[in-house]
Design a protein around this ligand. Structure first.
Ligand SMILES: Cc1ncc(COP(=O)(O)O)c(C=O)c1O
Length: 396
């Protein structure tokens, strides 16, 4: 079949490819340690599940308003206000089918053919493909590993072009866990505003910050209300990846554009998931604190473990639940690049990781520590053996 040109501009998410391969091996009975998954290993909290059951039992199973029920939108803006000190009104909030959908709709609404979209490297794979699908040209701003992969206004300024329309920022970041300093983020937002650039701030990991740092949102700075768009998600915060609830907070004209797009694609997010999301945002929040405390322990364990393996070094992530170690020393020992490293690690050591190539850097792999300490221990031991094995020239 002849397919539309826009499809050839994008490729299947490489994070999903690794997942598929690991699943196939597991189905054949191979004992895989899976560090590939980008989702919490915790179950959705009970109170949230019960709210969904109640929704079904009370026949809350019909179409809702396209952008979500007024009660859910109110809960989103109130929860954002409580956490970040923002002051959005309900008309500045729109609910989507997961955070990825929020980003897809926002990019579709602001990027025209030939516009430049700046994406700091390393980046979450979907940012680039969504921008290309919308007709944008991607410009990658390479952050420095030595500076913890953090975006700065100076770095952004160097990447600007006359056709820059959008910056996509993600703090804490998937895959590096980097957190942009609050003051620096404000400088970045001011630069965007002064140059007429929209700043999409992906806050999907904003609740998972370590070292006692407080969640921060540019949405709390009203001086940027016409140029900053917040895209959020309940997926990671409440272990609700399968429920598919995300949201956009931004100026009313953008919200109306997103409404138009969504009215002709998905319509409303699942009515049942909306009831569950309402409970997640308005009910007890202790599950979020529990998950953060658990991720913090795992971060210590995994970063220490990785740095103790000869030939690997890893910066400590400030947030999210990913470590992004540098494995480039293996390139002198028979490995071609991060794709080759990941493929051999899966094949020979049965550990699934995502190659840095999927995130725009060739010297790293991403390890998700949204898995138990026991699994982390098992996987780290296998990675150590794999690295040691490289020296005994046993590469097939
Ligand atoms: C950086 C980032 N943004 C957004 C999302 C979207 O999450 P969801 O569509 O499940 O809400 C993800 C999921 O992995 C992510 O890593």
């Amino acid at each position: 079949m002849k397919l539309a040109g826009r499809v050839s501009r994008i490729s299947l998410s490489q994070t999903m490819e690794v997942n598929d391969k690991a699943l196939q091996m597991r189905a054949r009975g191979v004992d895989i340690v899976d560090f590939g998954a980008g989702e919490p290993d915790f179950p959705t909290p009970d109170n949230v599940k019960r709210a969904a059951v109640r929704a079904i039992e009370s026949n809350f199973t019909r179409y809702t308003a396209i952008g979500g029920t007024p009660e859910l939108r109110k809960a989103i803006v109130q929860s954002h206000a409580r956490l970040f000190g923002s002051s959005y009104d309900v008309g500045e909030c729109f609910v989507n089918v997961g955070g990825k959908h929020s980003i897809f709709n926002t990019v579709s609404a602001v990027v025209d053919n030939g516009d430049d979209v700046i994406i700091p490297t390393p980046y979450w794979v979907s940012f680039a493909d969504i921008a290309r699908y919308a007709g944008g040209r991607t410009i990658f701003a390479d952050t420095s590993e030595a500076e913890g992969f953090r975006l700065t206004a100076k770095l952004l300024e160097k990447s600007l072009t006359p056709k820059t329309r959008l910056l996509i920022a993600n703090s804490p970041s998937n895959p590096s866990g980097a957190v942009i300093d609050d003051e620096e983020f404000v400088r970045i937002a001011a630069l965007c505003r002064d140059r007429g650039i929209v700043l999409l701030s992906d806050e999907c990991y904003s609740r998972f910050l370590y070292d006692g740092n407080r969640p921060f949102s540019l949405g709390s700075h009203r001086e940027f209300k016409d140029t900053v768009v917040v895209c959020g998600s309940l997926s990671k915060t409440y272990a609700m990846t399968g429920w598919r609830i995300g949201y956009v907070l931004g100026p009313k004209d953008l919200i109306l554009a997103v409404q138009k797009i969504q009215s002709h694609s998905t319509s409303n997010p699942s009515s049942i998931a909306q009831k569950a999301a309402f409970e997640a945002l308005t009910g007890p929040q202790d599950s979020v604190d529990m998950m953060l405390a658990e991720y913090a322990k795992r971060r210590e364990f995994v970063v220490k473990g990785l740095n103790s393996i000869p030939g690997i070094h890893c910066t400590s992530p400030g947030g999210a639940f990913y470590a992004y170690p540098n494995i480039s020393s293996s390139f002198k020992r028979g490995i071609k690049d991060s794709l080759d490293f990941s493929a051999r690690l899966l094949q020979n050591a049965h550990v699934a990781v995502v190659p840095g190539a999927a995130f725009g850097t060739s010297e790293h792999i991403r390890i998700s520590y949204a898995t138990s300490l026991e699994e982390l221990d098992r996987g780290l031991k296998r990675i150590r053996d794999f690295m040691v094995g490289l020296d005994s020239k046993t590469l097939p």
